[in-house]
Design a protein around this ligand. Structure first.
Ligand code: KE4
Length: 428
């Protein structure tokens, strides 16, 4: 048993100071039991806890660390930016540079607004869609999580789902009366919703590849169907690419699947590990935003120079290197290894992967939506999680999260991971 005495001491104090001892619920290990370790440092694909234990990291700070932790280009960029000041609240050249890079990578984005989190991005995109269409209703899908936006915490994925209360306390029914929640990968339900709410639906927001109830893929033609029905009804198609943006391709899921949404939301990778969110789309929509138009949106630290510098450095690396080729190779290698280990251990799993995003469900049935994910054996997942942790492999502490690979993961890291899985799966 790995010793984590210092983490335990820190957690005891943290529990006195912060609800659940954490600043974000999923970190608390409530879905897998036990208590979280406290990280001392992170470098490349590895993290070290305050007790000196080392882990291969597949959480990658929930997606941002696509280049691994503390990559020199990002560290140097942030250090350089900090010398010039940490925040201005005044336009700065780094905002222009990152906006230019996002637009160059994502053709559907003519204009972009920076903010400070994925939640801010999705919340603002929805407000903009309502302002642009002058309609109130929004369609979202079960299992998709778009941050802790009041009106979207309805059958949300990620933390809310993990805790088994998909609807969050503290959200008045009136805040969600305009939110229509449908099953993912079910075109018929979308058609029915539009027929039942003619001329009232401002938009559809979705994770094009849901990564907040594990990972599952859109059925062939599903995204195209959503593009067609929104175009035909005057509703906006909003891709929440906070997780998939710059992860599945430089141009995100929309590049990978060849779809041009009306609005896109970003976060995680575009901040290079610092707090950044963004949303963007056609200028005719974006120009409704204050100060040009009537849709208000603002943020003291939006476009913060340190965050912009980190994001610029991250995107430059993704543009200038063969990162996505490397990520696909590593992802395929890990998938094959884990599948072989499960087969040898005679443990039925569904391993869903796209590029460097993956999830292992403990079920013998395919998982294409939230219902499928809910049928998986979460207790078995929890035992797998802890077994792997004891072997020095840190997976996401919840069945309803995605795993991530970075370009810093080595063949040796993958080999150690597969070897650990082969050992742990036999104990399940
Ligand atoms: P943030 O507000 O946490 O920056 O982004 C919210 C968000 C929006 N959209 C998608 C698709 C997301 O995945 C997220 C945040 N993802 C979770 C992990 N599944 C963040 C981890 C956490 O909540 O601590």
């Amino acid at each position: 048993m790995i010793s984590r005495v210092k983490s335990e001491q820190l957690f005891a104090e943290a529990l006195q100071l912060m609800p659940g001892g954490v600043n974000s619920p999923v970190r608390a290990f409530r879905a897998v039991g036990g208590q979280p370790f406290f990280v001392q440092k992170a470098k490349g694909a590895h993290i070290w806890d305050v007790d000196g234990n080392e882990y291969v990291d597949y959480v990658c700070t929930w997606g941002p660390a696509i280049l691994g932790h503390a990559p020199p280009p990002i560290i140097e960029a942030v250090q350089r930016a900090a010398q010039a000041g940490t925040s201005f609240g005044i336009p700065n050249p780094l905002e222009v540079s990152l906006a230019r890079k996002i637009r160059a990578a994502v053709p559907s984005v003519q204009k972009v607004r920076m903010c400070n989190s994925g939640t801010e991005a999705t919340m603002s995109a929805i407000r903009l869609a309502r302002g642009y269409t002058r309609r109130d209703k929004i369609i979202k899908f079960e299992g998709c999580y778009h941050g802790h936006v009041d009106s979207l915490l309805v059958k949300a994925g990620s933390g809310a789902l993990t805790f088994g209360y998909p609807d969050s306390a503290g959200v008045p029914a009136s805040f969600t009366q305009h939110t229509i929640v449908l099953p993912f990968n079910n075109a018929e339900s979308v058609k029915v919703a539009f027929e039942a709410n003619p001329g009232q639906i401002a938009g559809i927001i979705l994770e094009p590849v849901p990564g907040n109830s594990g990972v599952y893929l859109p059925h062939l033609g599903y995204l195209e169907f959503l593009r067609e029905i929104t175009a035909a009804t005057g509703a906006l198609l909003i891709f929440d690419e906070v997780m998939t943006g710059f992860r599945l391709a430089l141009g995100g899921a929309q590049q990978r699947f060849g779809i041009r949404p009306d609005l896109s939301c970003f976060g995680k990778i575009i901040g290079g590990g610092l707090p950044v969110g963004a949303f963007g789309g056609r200028a005719e929509i974006m120009d409704l935003l204050a100060p040009l138009g009537p849709v208000y949106q603002a943020g003291t630290l939006s476009g913060n120079p340190l965050a912009m510098a980190a994001g610029i450095a991250a995107l430059d690396q993704l543009v200038d290197t063969d990162a996505y080729v490397v990520l696909e190779k590593l992802g395929a290698q890990l998938e094959t290894g884990l599948r072989d280990a499960a087969r040898a251990a005679r443990v039925p799993i569904q391993l869903n992967r796209i590029g460097s995003m993956f999830c292992t469900y403990f079920t013998d049935q395919p998982v294409h939506d939230l219902q499928g994910a809910m049928r998986s054996d979460r207790q078995r997942f929890a035992r797998f999680f802890h077994g792997m942790l004891e072997e020095g492999i840190y997976l996401a502490p919840s069945q309803f999260e995605a795993g991530f690979i970075s370009v810093a993961h080595s063949e040796a890291d993958l080999g150690k991971t597969v070897e650990a899985a082969a050992k742990v799966l036999k104990t399940l």
